[in-house]
Design a binder for this molecule. Structure first.
Ligand SMILES: Nc1ncnc2c1ncn2[C@@H]1O[C@H](COP(=O)(O)OP(=O)(O)OP(=O)(O)O)[C@@H](O)[C@H]1O
Length: 268
């Protein structure tokens, strides 16, 4: 099952191609890290895929195959040393609308000296938003992720799941068009992780956000994603792009979901 979004290499190399419904395009991207022992580590090689606007895409692969490196390049945190990454048709190096791109890290990175609401407001401090508007939007977003009543709690008084919600709210308050997530729920227990999946999908559907997330968890990829980019390691290459065309909510106990998990397991 290949996605139509897997553009042919020749088309990918043609920088004139602008498809209005593509939010992220990764075109012939490669990355090599120089190591202290002066040997180079080729982490990613000739990566090609596209992410449709409003879709949820998983980047799935074993530990060390370059998933975080790829996400960091999409986020503009790392340059690609081969190929190009485009956001809304613009090369990442020329892209200016980074305020509409949010990144949720593996650890929640909450500021311990700030309350929940102050942590969420932090997401807006780089923007031209008045203090009262900041407070209003932070309250509204915390409410939307089920944390009304915990506005003034400090992170150390919150459970892991609640901290994840605050971190999600801090990303959503920016009203991102693109949300990038690097295994943000991997430290949660399975029940809490399932709740966070529901929160994420609800926010994504309501706001039409494009989501790209990294995971090594096949079940998480099948439950959340419209498309799964499967990477194989050393160096990281695209093994396959699989479309998950199942209705939501997807329960890991449903037959169609377990079949899809089984099919993906054979690829990873
Ligand atoms: N800045 C860096 N300098 C040198 N090597 C790096 C750097 N960042 C990552 N690497 C190496 O690149 C490889 C891929 O790392 P990356 O974190 O992208 O993989 P991953 O698939 O996200 O792994 P995990 O699931 O364990 O987080 C690893 O071998 C890692 O040690």
């Amino acid at each position: 099952m290949h996605s139509l979004l897997e553009l042919p290499a020749a088309a990918v190399r043609d920088e004139r191609i602008h498809t209005d419904d593509i939010a992220v395009r990764v075109a012939s991207v490669g990355k090599t890290f120089a190591r202290t022992d002066s040997t180079d580590l080729r982490v990613l090689d000739d990566i090609n895929f596209s992410v449709r606007k409003g879709h949820v895409t998983a980047i799935l692969g074993a530990s060390g195959c370059g998933k975080s490196t790829l996400l960091n390049m999409i986020a503009g945190l790392l340059p690609a040393d081969q190929g190009r990454i485009y956001l809304n048709g613009t090369p990442a190096s020329d892209f200016t609308d980074w305020k509409r791109v949010a990144y949720l890290f593996q650890d929640d990175r909450l500021l311990p000296w700030r309350t929940a609401i102050e942590n969420v407001e932090f997401g807006l401090e780089a923007e031209r938003v008045t203090r009262s508007e900041r407070r209003r939007r932070a309250e509204q977003t915390l409410h939307a992720v089920g944390l009304a009543g915990f506005y003034n709690a400090y992170p150390n008084a919150l459970s892991g799941g609640m901290r994840s919600r605050v971190a999600l709210a801090r990303s959503l308050v920016k009203e991102p068009k693109i949300l990038l997530l690097d295994e943000p729920f991997s430290k949660l227990d399975p029940g809490m992780r399932a709740q966070m999946h529901t929160e994420l999908l609800q926010a994504q559907a309501e706001r039409g956000i494009t989501v790209v997330f990294v995971t090594h968890d096949i079940e998480e990829a099948v439950v959340l994603a419209d498309e799964v980019v499967v990477l194989k390691p050393r160096p990281g290459r695209v093994r396959d792009i699989v479309t998950i065309d199942l209705p939501r909510p997807r329960l890991a106990t449903d037959h169609a979901v377990t079949e899809q998990i089984r099919a993906l397991r054979a690829l990873v």
